[in-house]
Design a protein around this ligand. Structure first.
Ligand SMILES: [Zn+2]
Ligand SMILES: [Zn+2]
Length: 250
């Protein structure tokens, strides 16, 4: 395999070797996204069908008067649209069929997908699909704060193993560099809190459960250097709080 130092990942800019168009981190995420899309599509399909079963009418039944909507139209519509998008990704590597079949096959042809000239666009389309379907089917869970979208300033929340995502404004966010920027900014910032307030704050920022007693322990052991103010308040260095919280989660 030829290694060309000037080659970089079309998605995130990491160095890549021939014949890849996407770096190792993006390829790993691609596999994860395909897996997630399978689960999302299954749930979306169930959602489209649930109302169908509840209504007791078949699709296209020749109902008289005002027949109830036989399917969850919004879910059905999204499923059809998603299937078209999935098919067009699969077509670049000559895989055909319905989405059930394609999504099973995509994992095995992933190396070819990541070498195709369309690799970056296909990958991003797939991530966008997951975002859209995910919003419709997933129960909302709280994810850690990653930073602010460089384009629109919205708060971006993402799990630690997520590598990239599409912000609601449509901007592609490289989560690794966003997290690094945020960390750097945090090193210079302080927050004025009681230990209980600091615990609450850092839990929300990192997704790690931190108690008031944790924060007190960090202060006593000199892991966090906070200057004490009046009324039980401290000036906490944000970077140290986040570092300790992340250490606790490991
Ligand atoms: Zn990459
Ligand atoms: Zn944005």
């Amino acid at each position: 395999m030829m290694v060309d130092e000037s080659r970089s990942c079309g998605n995130c800019g990491n160095p890549v070797s021939e014949p890849w168009r996407l770096c190792q981190a993006c390829r790993k995420d691609y596999a994860r996204q395909i897996h997630r899309l399978r689960l999302n599509m299954q749930q979306l399909h169930a959602l489209a069908m649930r109302e169908y079963k509840l209504s007791g009418h078949e699709v296209g039944a020749h109902g008289h008067g005002t027949a109830p909507t036989p399917v969850n139209i919004a879910a059905w519509d999204l499923e059809v649209e998603a299937e078209a998008a999935i098919s067009s990704i699969a077509a670049t590597v000559q895989v055909w069929g319905d989405w059930h079949h394609i999504l099973r096959r995509l994992t095995t042809v992933l190396p070819r997908l990541c070498q195709s000239p369309y690799a970056v666009d296909d990958y991003r389309d797939l991530v966008r699909l997951n975002e859209r379907i995910g919003r419709r089917v997933e129960r909302r869970k709280v994810k850690p704060f990653a930073g602010r979208c460089p384009n629109c300033g919205r708060e971006v929340e993402a799990d630690k193993d997520e590598h990239g995502m599409v912000c609601q404004c449509g901007h592609w966010v490289n989560l690794d560099s966003l997290r690094a920027d945020t960390r750097e900014r945090w090193q210079q910032l302080h927050t004025t809190q009681t230990p209980a307030g600091a615990a609450k704050w850092v839990s929300r920022q990192t997704g790690v459960r931190v108690t008031r007693q944790d924060v007190k322990n960090w202060l006593h052991r000199g892991k966090v250097h906070a200057s004490q103010l009046e009324g039980g308040y401290y000036e906490f260095p944000i970077g140290e709080l986040v570092t300790q919280a992340n250490r606790k989660s490991q």
